[in-house]
Design a protein around this ligand. Structure first.
Ligand SMILES: Cc1cc2nc3c(=O)[nH]c(=O)nc-3n(C[C@H](O)[C@H](O)[C@H](O)COP(=O)(O)OP(=O)(O)OC[C@H]3O[C@@H](n4cnc5c(N)ncnc54)[C@H](O)[C@@H]3O)c2cc1C
Length: 388
């Protein structure tokens, strides 16, 4: 297991569970090629300081950085940016401990790398991961509260013209919080958020506000639309420039459950409209925003973006609310749009249905049968999604 941040039982074990939290740090740096090898358990938030002396950075990150490196790549963790892949696309080598204790190194042009870089923990224990990094860079963040109709009207242009674009739609409102990040060279002037503003925005507004909207949703569901409208207007409206990892990631202190599906990028607008109509037509009161992101097509066999430019739709529910009806109805819509579920987030698919959505699924199963025929590296979740 990594940091235990998956919403599914993917890191749960019926027998022995190996905690790699003490296997952290830098193993090797190839300065000529900008490649770094890190111990598998290294938490993402530790990596920037390890890379700083070499002037390197990870090209893209997700919303948070509490995960372990191996856990994040193994589930297909991704951020946003139509021209950028998920974290597993940064992997150019892994060392796997096999069931007999032997080491298997998969690196470079090895045809197994696209399988081993995103393997759900099913091919062995990852001991180290080699990442292709990029020169350190800054990001200029522009965050706005905008009418949803305006965002949807020129969505393809926004997605294409920005390095990293995403938006959050607040259900029961016509408001969206947009975030557009632009990559800048490290010599550009830094304009970080003043510490007090950063604390106020993140602790009080982002997390405190979500806690309040969630509490309102539980206590007085009818108040959710008004609370969401207020939240949507309060969030957004700031610009700053800082180190890439500081801008990519945030703190999340409100507990929630999440389901996220990938759909072909060109189908995302239609999928989003169907999702919006569903929420409008049902009597649910959804306090958490719907998150919308993008990623470039990649070649990782079990990547949600395998072979297709991809859009992501993520739905959330406060941990004290039952997500079952909402998630099931959203899942039906996203499956109809060719969806593939995030491996670390809630979904109901099994190996039979997943095989139809991943062209290389059978090859992955064959590789698993060869490397781990006795299922040393399995659990209930993997039995369900890959087959026993
Ligand atoms: C608040 C929050 C925000 C999130 N934001 C995002 C986001 O922006 N984008 C996104 O895509 N996802 C996101 N996620 C999901 C998260 O990134 C994934 O679930 C990720 O796998 C969690 O990493 P972990 O280290 O906690 O792994 P775990 O959940 O502990 O494990 C995940 C899988 O990795 C395997 N694994 C871990 N270490 C090893 C190893 N050394 N060798 C072999 N297998 C291993 C485990 O066996 C398991 O199969 C978020 C989750 C939370 C809770």
């Amino acid at each position: 297991m990594g940091a235990g941040h998956s919403f599914t039982g993917i890191a749960a074990a019926p027998g022995v569970r190996l905690d790699l939290d003490r296997l952290q740090g830098l193993v090797h740096v190839d300065t000529d090629r900008g490649r770094v090898t890190l111990h598998a358990g290294t938490r993402l938030h530790r990596i920037p300081a390890l890379l700083a002396p070499y002037g390197l950075a990870m090209p893209n990150l997700g919303d948070i950085d509490r995960q372990s490196l191996a856990g994040a790549v193994s589930t297909g963790t991704h951020g946003t940016g139509a021209g950028y892949g998920g974290l597993a696309t940064q992997v150019c080598g892994v060392t796997l401990v096999q069931p007999d204790g032997g080491l298997l190194t998969v690196a470079g042009d090895d045809p197994l790398l696209p399988a081993a870089a995103l393997s759900l923990g099913a091919l062995g224990i990852i001991a180290d991961v080699t990442l292709q990094c990029v020169p350190a860079f800054l990001l200029r963040a522009e965050e706005r509260s905008e009418p949803l109709t305006a965002v949807l009207a020129d969505l393809p242009d926004r997605v294409k013209s920005a390095d990293h674009f995403e938006f959050y739609w607040f259900p029961h409102t016509d408001r969206a919080a947009t975030k557009t990040n632009t990559r800048l060279p490290p010599s550009s002037p830094r304009r970080p958020l003043p510490p007090l503003r950063g604390w106020l925005d993140d602790s009080l507004l982002a997390n405190g506000l979500f806690r309040a909207t969630c509490a309102a949703g539980l206590g007085v569901p009818a108040a959710v639309p008004a609370v969401n409208r207020a939240a949507a207007r309060l969030l957004g409206g700031r610009e700053y420039t800082d180190a890439s990892w500081r801008v990519f990631t945030q703190r999340r202190t409100v507990r929630f459950q999440e389901m996220e599906y990938a759909v072909p990028a060109e189908l995302l607008p239609a999928a989003f409209e169907d999702l919006r109509a569903l929420i409008d037509n049902r009597r649910w009161r959804i306090s958490f925003p719907v998150e919308v992101r993008w990623a470039a097509a990649d070649d990782r066999w079990l990547s949600t973006a395998y072979g297709q430019d991809t859009g992501y739709l993520a739905v959330h529910r406060y941990w004290r609310e039952d997500p079952a009806d909402y998630f099931a109805a959203v899942e039906e819509i996203l499956l109809a749009h060719g969806g593939r579920p995030h491996w670390g987030k809630l979904h109901s698919l099994d190996a039979r249905t997943l095989a139809q959505r991943y062209p290389r699924f059978g090859q992955f199963q064959a590789l698993r049968n060869r490397l781990d025929p006795d299922r040393v590296f399995s659990n209930g979740y993997l039995d369900r999604v890959l087959g026993a």
